[in-house]
Design a protein around this ligand. Structure first.
Ligand SMILES: Nc1ncnc2c1ncn2[C@@H]1O[C@H](COP(=O)(O)OS(=O)(=O)O)[C@@H](OP(=O)(O)O)[C@H]1O
Ligand SMILES: [Mg+2]
Ligand SMILES: [Mg+2]
Ligand SMILES: [Mg+2]
Length: 360
């Protein structure tokens, strides 16, 4: 399949990513309604993973592989826990969920070559293989995809924000990012209007918001308001204090005379909200426990924010490096903000860091 046949580079990859995220979002929403106790595992790093995470990764990976069979995939999950006897019941449920999502009739924008729709049921082994295809180690050359099938699994389990995230990367630069947020209001000023938005960006071609229920229609272009007064900010930050330092953000906010309280939200929904003008900045500073950020937690958000008129750097002011493998390497945090205000926030972050160093 050739890239860019719709008039801009990587439009085919975007189309595939939107289709995969849309199908996966329908799956995760339905899983949430029916999730029972024995459908969640605790991984080696103590984080939760549900049948929804595994099944969504299988669906997205299967669609990408059918469309671009030679492209490697860096996916968060792997199927090893499902290949042992104790994982049998979860595996059966995951295979059923993934096949349900893959075999629903084709909709506008989907290509028959992607092996979707009635009659395309995969075997158990094909579903496990699809999950395990996400085992690529990453790197700085060539094409690759990232999948975070449920970003913010803790938020998903709480019934709050989570995101289904896919990116397409060439030579370590993110070219396409798609983030599906089933629990996010379509219109932040009118939450009663309904939930479920997809955000999509293609490098050099802008960022837009689509509706999950009808992704081929009514796309809204995204622009971050270029605010210059830090008083107008309301930092977007993680819900989980273990994931990023709330107290560091409080000190930055005090230095910048930020008046509004932070907005806490799980997942890359934070990047999506920033891209559509909410909050003005997303700050994710390490908690100091040596955690390395994963590329699938930031790649779609980075291109989305940049294409909406923002900047994403670490606390040194360096761009995030997606070519180092499955992680972003040593953790210098993430600062994402409108272009107009990013330098001011970066300077405040560095001052708080220096003050902390001077104290020890
Ligand atoms: N210690 C530590 N530090 C930083 N980040 C961590 C840490 N542990 C986990 N994770 C990753 O955080 C991802 C969840 O995203 P958020 O932190 O934005 O959401 S939350 O508000 O904290 O739930 C979460 O993504 P998912 O596993 O996809 O949910 C993890 O990749
Ligand atoms: Mg996880
Ligand atoms: Mg994640
Ligand atoms: Mg995840």
């Amino acid at each position: 399949m050739s890239s860019g046949s719709e008039g801009y580079p990587y439009s085919q990859e975007e189309r595939v990513a939107i289709a995969a995220v849309t199908r996966a979002c329908t799956l995760t929403s339905s899983v949430f309604e029916t999730l029972v106790k024995n459908e969640t595992l605790t991984k080696g790093d103590k984080s939760p993973v549900t049948v929804g995470d595994f099944a969504a990764q299988a669906v997205i990976s299967a669609i990408i592989h059918a469309a671009f069979p030679h492209d490697p995939i860096v996916g968060e999950e792997d199927a090893s826990d499902l290949r042992v006897e104790s994982g049998r019941s979860m595996k059966d449920r995951i295979v059923a969920l993934a096949n349900d999502a893959l075999t629903t009739p084709l909709v506008a924008g989907e290509d028959p070559a992607w092996n979707l729709g009635p009659g395309t049921t995969r075997t158990d082994e094909q579903i496990l293989e699809a999950i395990d295809r996400g085992n690529y180690g990453g790197g700085n050359t060539g094409r690759m995809w990232t999948i975070d099938p449920i970003d913010g699994t803790k938020g998903f389990l709480r019934g709050e924000q989570y995101a289904v995230c896919v990116s397409f990367v060439v030579d370590s630069q993110v070219k396409v990012g798609v983030i599906g947020c089933p629990n996010l209001p379509v219109d932040p000023s009118e939450p009663s209007k309904g939930l479920g938005a997809i955000f999509s960006a293609v490098r050099g071609h802008g960022a837009r918001q689509l509706s999950i229920s009808n992704p081929t229609q009514g796309s809204i272009a995204l622009r971050i308001p270029q605010i210059s007064e830090s008083e107008d900010l309301s930092f977007l930050e993680s819900v989980e204090a273990a994931h990023s330092s709330h107290s560091f953000n409080d000190r930055v906010a005090a230095l910048l005379n930020v008046q509004k309280p932070p907005t806490r939200m799980d997942s890359q929904a934070k990047y999506a909200c920033l891209a559509r003008g909410q909050g003005g900045a997303y700050l994710r500073m390490p908690t100091g426990v040596g955690y390395k950020e994963k590329i699938w937690d930031h790649a779609p958000g980075e291109v989305l924010v940049v294409e909406a008129g923002g900047i994403v750097t670490d606390s040194r002011g360096e761009p995030l490096n997606f070519g180092l493998g499955r992680t972003l390497g040593e953790n210098y945090g993430v600062i994402a903000a409108a272009k107009s205000i990013h330098p001011k926030i970066l300077a405040a972050v560095q001052k708080v860091q220096n003050d902390a160093k001077a104290k020890v």
